[in-house]
Design a protein around this ligand. Structure first.
Ligand SMILES: Cc1cc2nc3c(=O)[nH]c(=O)nc-3n(C[C@H](O)[C@H](O)[C@H](O)COP(=O)(O)OP(=O)(O)OC[C@H]3O[C@@H](n4cnc5c(N)ncnc54)[C@H](O)[C@@H]3O)c2cc1C
Length: 433
């Protein structure tokens, strides 16, 4: 069987090994077919198996090869700009259920890790969003109030408390959520796959789906070597929807722009620095559009990253930028060397709202993580599996909408990196509240 090359990430170097499952060959039948073996697809497989359904996952490369194995591993129960009140305004009761799902999403993920004793280096140490300007503290306050109105445990931290949490006075205050934290993402994906298989789910890797089609009362899903027939279908390919097989679901693929996000890790920090910088080991992403973010891994490395414009020498430029950003915030650290540098696609859409779509009878998908899909993908995977298992969608957090492809997708994709320049300019001014 051919091998799958993973990006040179810290996660690929540290996650427990997984033996590749055999590709789909010949004809097979299942009740629920899932395309994509990331957090969404694997969480859906666990839930479908729990609902007593036969379930088969088809993954084009390997479990966790997409965004799920490449991300920063921050488990965040809050989205970038999709605020709770706006969900309700847009989608009514389904929007309100979605707010509940997002607010519970970190707990859903950590509970799953605990239930199956997954070796995923999980730390439910909280998530903190420090404000990078005094005006952003007001924004943090508004977001805290909004989430608390829906019953979720968001807290505003003062400048003093922020200094204690981070070990620096680089930020001005911010929003804290105690249910967040971080994981080793590839280890989590492999842990989920093991849990799903333990419950009877079938996983085929190296099985890129070339087409799916409704034929009579069934979905017929084709790979280069096999055909799978299923009553229900979940498409869980997210930002990678158009990357392996461009013709798989072109309308969905064109409803997002895949944007490269770079990640990297420092050497393990010594005890002295470790106790001064971020002593509580929270996951941190600030209020900038040109985001500053970091967290520790299990070996006390700081995992951070960023984005730069243009394609020339990109890995080195982003490495220097991220190292400088850490040094600016934590002068005692100096400019750290980075041991691993890697990247992956984030699926952005125009308003940064994730979308749930109906593909046909008993066919579901979600797309558009906008950089916040670790907790959300895990929670939505469970929800999609419940819908596919026959639970009334009116009881579920599934605010369904029609795909809205970008009209000149190729051009938008080419221009996407310039979005960063706009975000950087926005970061310099205070928000109008
Ligand atoms: C660099 C980076 C950093 C991020 N950091 C964070 C973070 O810290 N916190 C956070 O909340 N979110 C973060 N995200 C977003 C988060 O990782 C994703 O939203 C989440 O992992 C999406 O999971 P998924 O299962 O929906 O999709 P994926 O994990 O992308 O899985 C999709 C799978 O579908 C497969 N596939 C594609 N086409 C086919 C086909 N034709 N047939 C079969 N299989 C196919 C792919 O191989 C892939 O494995 C980050 C993303 C990236 C890229």
């Amino acid at each position: 069987m051919e091998a799958v090359e993973f990006p040179p990430s810290l996660w690929a170097a540290t996650a427990p090994e997984r033996k590749l499952a055999a590709p789909l060959t010949g004809s097979a039948e299942t009740d629920i077919a899932i395309i994509g073996g990331g957090f969404t697809g694997l969480s859906a497989a666990i839930e479908a198996a729990r609902q007593g359904k036969s379930v088969t996952v088809l993954e084009g490369k390997a479990v966790g090869w997409g965004a799920s194995g490449r991300n920063n591993g921050q488990v965040i129960p809050i989205l970038t700009s999709a605020e709770p009140d706006v969900w309700v305004k847009r989608y009514g009761a389904a929007g309100e259920r979605m707010v509940g799902l997002i607010g519970n999403s970190a707990n859903i993920l950590f509970d799953l890790v605990r239930e199956f004793d997954m070796q995923a280096e999980a730390e439910q140490s909280g998530w903190f969003q420090p404000a990078h300007s005094p005006g952003r503290v007001k924004l943090s306050q508004m977001r805290v109030d909004a989430w608390r109105r829906f019953g979720f445990p968001a807290e505003l931290k003062s400048a003093e408390e922020t200094r204690e949490i981070l070990g620096t006075d680089f930020w001005y205050g911010g929003m804290y959520n105690p249910t967040g934290g971080h994981i080793n993402p590839l280890a989590l994906a492999r842990g989920m796959a093991k849990a799903a298989e333990g419950l009877g789910a079938v996983i085929h890797e190296l099985s890129p789906v070339t087409s799916y089609k409704r034929e009579g009362a069934q979905w017929v899903i084709r790979t280069p070597e096999g055909t799978l027939k299923a009553r229900a279908l979940i498409l869980a390919t997210n930002a990678y929807t158009g990357e392996l097989i461009p013709s798989l679901a072109p309308r969905l693929a064109k409803s997002i722009v895949p944007v490269l996000s770079w990640q990297m890790s420092t050497e393990p920090l010594g005890d002295n620095l470790r106790s001064k910088i971020l002593p509580g080991r929270q996951a941190v992403s600030d209020t900038r559009g040109d985001l500053r973010f970091f967290r520790y891994d299990a070996r006390n490395r700081l995992i951070t990253g960023g984005a730069v414009m243009g394609s020339y020498d990109i890995a080195n430029r982003v490495r220097r930028k991220a190292a400088q950003s850490l040094a600016e915030a934590f002068p005692d650290l100096g400019v750290p060397e980075m041991t691993h540098v890697w990247s992956g696609y984030i699926g952005m859409n125009w308003d940064r709202f994730p979308r749930v779509h109906r593909l046909g009878p008993d066919g579901w998908a979600w797309i558009g993580c906008n950089g916040r899909g670790v907790a959300l993908g895990t929670a939505l995977g469970r929800e999609l599996a419940r819908a596919a298992s026959g639970i009334d969608e009116n009881e579920l957090a599934l605010p369904v909408s029609e795909p809205q492809p970008f009209p000149v997708h190729a051009a938008v994709r080419r221009l996407a990196p310039t979005y960063l320049a706009w975000l950087k300019r926005k970061d310099l001014s205070e928000p109008k509240l």
